[in-house]
Design a protein. Structure first.
Ligand SMILES: *Cc1c(COP(=O)(O)O)cnc(C)c1O
Length: 374
């Protein structure tokens, strides 16, 4: 039996003196929203991704909503997207009363299958919404050939790089990052849309702020908008986190390497599937470490077995099309066999930059007990 029962959490942000310093600066400045920290965070992240514009928003979900509106998605339009994602990507399509058209995933990368995307295009298709799931770059270059607007859900993919060397989010389409506490860069809540399109940036900047144009006076509005603003406190965290991003990404990659090593033998013995290796020059931006239990093993039993010894784990991710209110749109079991197979066997293990090798070893040892039955 595994001896230690110290809790190992799923995720844990890296917060230090620099975050405290910059947040305190904001508190003392008296400017708690739409100030210099927001601009600094926007400029910093956009520069890092290699595009001219960044617009900070209150969440990744808010960013997806505004990005879809900005490329012209309206009621009744079809948006092609992945059923193996966090629900926010598909929900953001529903916010505009548009229709998420799901297509099945590639069994290796777990991203939307580019050929299935091509097959799903109809005259009603308004946009494609690829999700770079678990930080692995989706085949956006293949999807660009259709000439349709693309909005990228890069909420799990900060640090990922496409095969042609372009950072995920840097292709110019509006791409959305998220900064919830478990993401590669954490501001508590928050998101950002990056783009190379000035008009899209302008529209998003206005619609996040009640439809106000930057040069308009207070309470003057020329279009429908929302309150999707990020606060200066969050932006201060963003600026501090950006300074340590390379280290945090490197630490995540190091932990992933430990997991690979610790689970290699068990994987060969049992068929436990590990995250795919990077193909060619593609690079994953490590976000979560998701494994698939072998066929015939009950994933939820494994989760219970982990939790019994203080190791957190999550079913990750349940297919979106099988949630009850998506079934009301006509989706059923059997429509996306790869997604359903993988979604039913996937589980996310504890994974965060400060994770220790001994903790990884404990998780691997427990998994081994559970899968080998000893
Ligand atoms: C985190 C995440 C989002 C957005 O999350 P928020 O909690 O709204 O910031 C969207 N899509 C995916 C795939 C995500 O993982």
């Amino acid at each position: 039996m595994t001896e230690s029962t110290d809790q190992i959490p799923m995720a844990q942000p890296v917060i230090g003196a620099r975050e405290e310093e910059l947040v305190l600066e904001v508190l003392r400045s008296g400017q708690l929203s739409l100030g210099r920290k927001t601009v600094a965070f926007e400029e910093g992240l956009a520069a890092r991704i290699g595009v001219p514009y960044g617009r900070a928003v209150s969440s990744g979900t808010a960013g997806l909503h505004l990005a879809l509106r900005a490329v012209g998605v309206e009621a009744g339009d079809e948006v092609i997207t992945s059923p193996l994602s966090f629900i926010a990507s598909a929900n953001s399509v529903l916010f505009e009363r548009a229709i998420p058209t799901f297509v099945d995933i590639d069994p290796v990368t777990l991203n939307m299958d580019a050929a299935a995307v091509a097959d799903a295009i109809t005259p009603a298709t308004k946009a494609i919404l690829p999700v770079h799931i678990f930080g692995y770059p989706a085949d956006t270059p293949a999807m660009e050939r259709h000439g349709l607007p693309i909005v990228e859900d890069a909420c799990e993919a900060l640090g990922a790089i496409h095969g042609d060397g372009v950072p995920v989010g840097g292709r110019g389409h509006p791409a959305v990052f998220a900064f919830y506490a478990n993401k590669q860069l954490a501001t508590g809540e928050g998101g950002m849309v990056v783009t190379n399109d000035a008009a899209i940036a302008e529209r998003i900047g206005s619609e996040r702020n009640q439809g106000r144009a930057p040069d308009m006076g207070w309470l003057d509005h020329d279009r429908l908008g929302f309150n999707y603003r990020m606060s200066e406190l969050q932006a201060a965290l963003g600026v501090a986190q950006l300074e340590r991003l390379d280290q945090m990404l490197a630490d995540r990659a190091k932990v992933a390497g430990w997991y690979r090593e610790a689970l290699a033998e068990l994987s060969a013995q049992t068929g436990l599937a590990l995250p795919c290796e990077d193909r060619g020059t593609e690079r994953r931006g490590w976000f979560v470490f998701v494994v698939q239990v072998p066929r015939g093993v009950d994933r939820d039993d494994v989760l219970r077995g982990l939790r019994a010894v203080g190791i957190d784990g999550k079913p990750y991710l349940p297919p979106i099309h099988l949630f009850s209110f998506y079934r009301e749109l006509g989706y059923r079991e059997g429509m996306f066999p790869v997604t359903e197979d993988i979604g039913g066997r996937s589980l996310a293990l504890p994974f965060f930059p400060a994770m220790q090798q001994s903790q990884v070893a404990r998780v691997a040892e427990r998994l081994s007990e559970l899968l080998l039955g000893n």
